[in-house]
Design a protein around this ligand. Structure first.
Ligand code: ATR
Length: 281
């Protein structure tokens, strides 16, 4: 059986959980895979990708800070990758890369499948308008959420994301200062990297009601402050990004190998290894 050669690119990448997740998927589906973590910065990414292809690489995951750059290296990209302006999955077809973005569907599958949430008509607050926020916003809209308010430190980025989403009656941009007046949300998604850079601005507990689900797209130590706030505010669900990580990986695996692995086992294994103490992808 030929071994398929895949990798995750990012910086930093040492703590990446992707090789572990994909190796487990390979065992489960009987597909022999070699999956490595390759450290690459925006300056070295294109060269590293060429070297990977020369060594037989046929598919790659892309994480911070390379997702936007990855889109520019693709000959073609899926509609959802274009809407996100970012690529997290590269598929080799002939002598060119096709780009896709499985982050949004990964989040939706985690929330609906694993956590049993019905997203339809959920009044949603999206904190952040960077790469992570752009990756998930289109999928949340496609999943049928109700109104979405996007709040970002720099309002021009929030406005730009609202424009990209193209649903002016449903999606609105607001300032952090507006939060106390916005009332209660059914879904609050933290897509900022604030915990890694200076800390999240104070959030009013009035955003949270008894049935609110609060989700942080990151995991490990950086997810702790937002999830602690959510629990203290009385949220019904406080969910970190581990499930999304596993689900986006399963979608990537399907693009590369044509079969979607079951994710419960990989998810449980990460939880058992106390992934809360692991940071980065
Ligand atoms: P990522 O790919 O993780 O989204 P990014 O594109 O650099 O990374 O975006 C980081 C997000 O976190 C942005 O929404 C950023 O707000 P700005 O667009 O105003 O920079 C947000 N962010 C980072 N540090 C923050 C802080 N200390 N307070 C509030 N928001 C912060």
């Amino acid at each position: 059986m030929t071994e398929s050669h895949h990798a995750v690119f990012g910086h930093p990448i040492t703590h990446s959980l992707s090789p572990r997740i994909h190796t487990r998927f390979g065992h489960q589906t009987g597909i022999v895979i070699h999956f490595e973590a390759i450290d690459a910065t925006p300056e070295t990414f294109a060269t590293a990708l060429d070297a990977f292809v020369a060594g037989g690489g046929t598919g790659a995951s892309v994480t911070l800070p390379l997702k936007e750059l990855a889109l520019t290296l693709c000959a073609d990209a899926s509609d959802r990758a274009r809407r996100a302006g970012a690529v997290n999955t590269l598929v080799r077809e002939g002598d060119r890369w096709l780009g896709d973005n499985t982050d949004g569907i990964g989040l939706v599958r985690d929330l609906t499948g694993r956590h049993g949430l019905d997203l339809r008509q959920r009044r949603t607050l999206l904190l952040g308008a960077g790469g992570a926020a752009r990756g998930v916003a289109p999928a949340l809209i496609d999943a049928g959420i109700g109104e979405m308010f996007i709040v970002n430190r720099s309002s021009d980025r929030a406005d730009a994301l609202v424009d990209t989403l193209g649903q002016p009656k449903r999606v609105h941009s607001r300032y952090f200062e507006d939060l106390p007046a916005l009332g209660e949300f059914d879904l609050v998604v933290n897509a900022t990297s604030a915990a890694r850079s200076g800390g999240l601005p104070t959030l009013p507990t009035s955003l949270v009601g008894a049935r609110t689900a609060c989700v942080d797209l990151s995991y490990g130590e950086v997810a702790i402050p937002f999830l602690a706030w959510a629990r203290a505010a009385g949220a019904h669900h406080a969910i970190d990004g581990v499930g999304m990580l596993v689900e986006q990986a399963a979608e990537a695996f399907k693009l590369w190998h044509g079969v979607r692995p079951h994710t419960d086992e990989a998810y449980a294994a990460l939880r058992e290894r106390d992934v809360l103490l692991v940071t980065g992808d």
